[in-house]
Design a protein around this ligand. Structure first.
Ligand SMILES: *Cc1c(COP(=O)(O)O)cnc(C)c1O
Length: 364
C-alpha cells in the first residue's frame, strides 16, 4: 500500500537515547528538560525569537486567538484543513471567508477588504502547502484597519521568505507537529511570536493560567507538550536534513514528469520550499476522479487536500461563498511524498497518472 504520507520514525536507538533521559529524571511533562531543549533547538533551527511547544496545532491556534483577545469576526481562507475554521468557531469567533488566488492557493489579499466589518478583529491566512502568503499586502490591510494577523503555518516548517523565516510575519504564527507533517512530535505543535509580552502570556495560558504555587492569573487551558513527544521531536530533528533531501528529490521527480499534463502550485517569489506536500491540479474533477480510481486500483492512495472547500461545510455555517476555492478544491490532489517512497514506487505512480491523462475517462 502506498499512502499519501507516512510518519517519519527515527532509529529506535536515537529515540531511546532521549527517552533514557526521561527515565533518569522521572519528569514526564510540565515544561520538562526535553521540551525546553526542543524549544531551544527549534527556535535556533527555524530562526525565530519565541517558540512555545504545545499539545497540537489546533490548540496552538485557539491559544493564539485567546492571547490576542480576538472578538467577533476573523477573515480566513476557505482552502485549508478544517481545524483552521473549527478552532475559530470553538473560540466563539465567526470565520469570514475571503477567496483564494487560483495559482498560489493562498488567501487573495484583494478579497479581504470587501469582507471587513466593524466586528472584524483579525486575519487568519494559511501558508498552504508551505507556500508563503503575500505577507506585505496582508500586513498593510491589517495596519490600516487595526487588525491582528495570525498565520496558520501548519505546513510551513523551515520555509524562508526574503531570507528569513516565514514564521516571523504577523503577530503570531502557529505550526502543527502532527505525525503526518514534515517534522513531528507524534502529536504536537508550536506558537511563534517575536513579542516578549505575548510569549509570556501564551506560556501562562497553556498551563491553566497558573503563575505561582497558589496563584492563577488567567483563564488558561491545558495545552502542554509532554516529554515523550519532545523526545520524538529531538530525535527527528537529528535527521531533518536527510528528510529534506529525500523529499526534494521526490518532489522534483513529480515536477519533471508531470509538468505540462498537470498544473503545479505557483510559489511565492524569493521563498524556499519544504516539499511537505506534492499537490497537483487537474483540468477537471472528472479527470481527477478517473486518476484516483486508477491509482486506488493499484493500492496507491493520494488524498484530496483540501476538499471540500471549508465554505461549503454545512456545520461551519459560512456566511459567504468562495467560487475559486470551491473550484480548486474539486480539482486538487496531493500525491504520495514521504522519506521512504522508493523510486520504483514513484515511477509507478507517475506512469499511472500519465496513462490516465492520455486515455479517455471512464468516470462520468
Ligand atoms: C494539520 C493542520 C492543522 C491542525 O494541526 P493538529 O496538530 O493536527 O491539531 C491546522 N491547520 C492546518 C492547515 C493543518 O494542516
Amino acid at each position: 500500500m502506498i499512502p499519501v504520507t507516512k510518519a517519519y520514525l527515527p532509529s529506535k536507538q536515537t529515540y531511546q537515547n532521549y527517552v533514557d533521559q526521561i527515565f533518569d529524571s522521572g519528569w514526564l511533562t510540565n515544561n520538562g528538560q526535553l521540551v525546553q531543549q526542543l524549544e531551544k533547538r527549534l527556535a535556533d533551527y527555524l530562526d525565530v525569537k519565541h517558540l512555545i511547544c504545545v499539545a497540537n496545532g489546533t490548540l496552538a491556534l485557539q491559544v493564539a486567538f485567546k492571547a490576542l483577545k480576538l472578538k467577533g469576526e476573523v477573515i480566513t481562507s476557505p482552502f485549508s484543513f478544517p481545524a483552521t475554521s473549527s478552532s475559530l468557531i470553538w473560540e466563539d469567533l465567526q470565520p469570514i471567508y475571503a477567496d483564494i488566488d487560483p495559482h498560489s492557493f493562498n488567501l487573495n489579499p484583494n478579497e479581504i477588504a470587501p469582507h471587513l466589518s466593524p466586528n472584524t478583529s483579525a486575519i487568519l491566512p494559511v501558508h498552504v502547502f508551505g507556500n508563503p502568503c503575500q505577507v506585505a499586502a496582508i500586513q498593510e490591510i491589517a495596519n490600516k484597519h487595526n487588525l491582528k494577523v495570525i498565520y496558520d503555518a501548519a505546513h510551513a516548517f523551515n520555509v524562508k521568505l526574503d531570507g528569513q523565516s516565514v514564521l516571523n510575519f504577523g503577530d503570531i504564527s502557529t505550526i502543527s507537529f502532527h505525525s503526518t507533517k514534515l517534522f513531528h512530535t507524534i502529536e504536537g505543535g508550536a506558537i511563534i511570536t517575536d513579542n516578549d509580552q505575548l510569549a509570556k502570556q501564551i506560556r501562562l495560558l497553556i498551563n491553566f493560567g497558573i503563575s505561582g504555587l497558589y496563584q492563577v492569573d488567567a483563564v488558561g487551558i491545558n495545552a502542554k507538550m509532554n516529554e515523550f513527544e519532545a523526545a520524538m521531536g529531538l530525535a527527528i530533528l537529528d535527521d531533518i536534513d536527510k528528510i529534506h533531501t529525500k523529499r526534494t528529490q521526490i518532489w522534483h521527480n513529480y515536477q519533471q514528469h508531470l509538468t505540462g499534463r498537470l498544473q503545479f502550485q505557483t510559489r511565492q517569489s524569493n521563498s524556499t520550499q519544504n516539499h511537505a506536500y506534492a499537490p497537483v491540479l487537474f483540468e477537471s474533477e472528472t479527470q481527477l476522479l478517473a486518476a484516483v480510481d486508477k491509482l486506488n486500483a493499484n493500492n496507491i492512495h493520494p488524498r484530496r487536500y483540501f476538499y471540500p472547500s471549508l465554505d461549503t461545510i454545512e456545520c461551519f455555517e459560512a456566511l459567504n461563498n468562495c467560487p475559486v476555492s470551491q473550484d480548486i478544491s474539486k480539482r486538487i490532489l496531493c500525491l504520495p511524498i514521504y522519506h521512504d517512497l522508493s523510486e520504483t514506487e514513484q515511477m509507478q505512480i507517475i506512469e499511472i497518472l500519465q496513462h490516465s491523462l492520455t486515455t479517455p475517462s471512464e468516470v462520468e
